[in-house]
Design a protein around this ligand. Structure first.
Ligand code: CO8
Length: 250
C-alpha cells in the first residue's frame, strides 16, 4: 500500500494515513486503500482498530483540494460515494474503531473521525468542517454524523462558520472523548484498545451495533433490538466461560 500503513500489535490494528507532506489529505487512492484494509478487518481475528495520521501535524486535512479543483459533478459523486463506502464500513465494522486525532482533522478528516466510535485527541488537535469556505457542503457524512454527535445547533455553527476548534472545545461538546499530550496519544489509544479487546468481542460488537442502530430508531424498537441481542449473547460459549470463570474465582 502506498498511502496507508497497517501495523498489528496483539489484538489491535493501527492504520496510519501516510501522506504527511499533504497533511494526510485523502485522495481517491487513499480511499481505495481504505476499502481494501477494511474488507480484511471485517473477517480477521483483530479485536480493535485505531486510525491515525502520520507526522505531528495532522490526522487528516480532509479531501484532496487539488483533486477536487479539477473535477465535475460525475467525478465528485464517485469520490463522495467512495468516501461514504469507507465511512460506512468503519461504522459497520463489528469491532471498536478509535480515532487518534493527532493534529488537524478538517472536512473529510473530521468526517473520518466522526465515523469512528471513540475519538481521542492530542492537545494540539484542531477540528472543523471548513467545506463552505471552498464552495461545497460537507460530503462525507458531516452534516448527518456531526448532527447526531453534537446536536443541530452546534453542528450548524461549525458547518456555517467553517471555524476550527481546539481539542478543549471539541471535548466540551462531546466531539472528542479525551485529550492527551501529543507524545502520549497513540500509547493511550493503544492501551485503551487493548483493554477493550480483553472483553468479549461478540458483546462489544453487538453493543456497537445497538448504539449505532438505536440512534435512528424509536425507543421501543431500540429496546426490542437490545432484548434480542442480549438473549443472543446467551448462545455464545464465551458468555458461558466468562460467567463460569467469574463464579470460579469466588
Ligand atoms: N488537500 C490537498 N492538499 C492539502 C490539503 C487538502 N485538504 N490540506 C493541506 N494540503 C497541502 C497543502 O497544499 C500543502 O502542500 P504543498 O506543501 O505541496 O504546497 C501541504 O499540505 C501543507 O499545507 P499548508 O502549507 O497549507 O500548511 P499550513 O500549516 O499553512 O496550513 C491548514 C495548514 C490550515 C490545515 C491548511 O493546509 C488548510 O486549510 N488545509 C485545507 C483544509 C480544508 O479545507 N479541508 C477540507 C477540504 S474539503 C473536504 O474535506 C470535503 C470532504 C467531503 C468530500 C466529499 C467528496 C466529494
Amino acid at each position: 500500500m502506498r498511502y496507508l500503513g497497517e501495523e498489528r500489535e496483539g489484538d489491535v490494528v493501527v492504520i496510519t494515513i501516510e501522506r504527511e507532506d499533504k497533511l494526510n489529505a485523502m485522495n481517491l487512492e487513499v480511499m481505495d486503500e481504505f476499502v481494501g484494509v477494511l474488507e480484511k478487518l471485517r473477517s480477521d481475528s483483530s479485536k480493535a482498530v485505531i486510525i491515525t495520521g502520520s507526522g505531528r501535524r495532522a490526522f487528516s486535512a480532509g479531501a484532496d483540494i487539488e483533486y477536487m479543483s479539477r473535477i465535475g459533478p460525475a467525478e465528485a459523486e464517485r469520490y463522495a460515494l467512495r468516501g461514504h463506502e469507507v465511512l460506512n464500513r468503519i461504522e459497520g465494522l463489528e469491532k471498536p474503531v478509535i480515532a487518534a486525532v493527532n493534529g488537524y482533522a478538517l472536512g473529510g478528516g473530521c468526517e473520518l473521525a466522526l465515523a469512528c466510535d471513540i475519538r481521542f485527541a492530542s492537545a494540539n488537535a484542531q477540528l472543523g468542517q471548513p467545506e463552505v469556505t471552498l464552495g461545497i457542503c460537507p460530503g462525507w457524512g458531516g452534516t448527518q454524523r456531526l448532527l447526531r454527535i453534537v446536536g443541530p445547533a452546534r453542528a450548524k455553527d461549525l458547518i456555517f462558520s467553517g471555524r476550527r476548534i481546539g481539542a478543549e472545545e471539541a471535548a466540551s461538546m462531546g466531539l472528542v472523548n479525551r485529550i492527551f499530550p501529543q507524545d502520549g496519544l497513540l500509547g493511550e489509544a493503544r492501551a485503551y484498545a487493548q483493554a477493550v479487546a480483553k472483553n468479549s468481542s461478540f458483546a462489544v460488537g453487538i453493543s456497537k451495533n445497538l448504539v449505532n442502530k438505536g440512534m435512528d430508531a424509536n425507543i421501543d424498537t431500540g429496546l426490542k433490538m437490545e432484548i434480542y441481542s442480549w438473549a443472543l449473547c446467551f448462545a455464545t460459549k464465551e458468555r458461558e466461560e466468562r460467567m463460569a470463570a467469574f463464579l470460579g474465582k469466588k
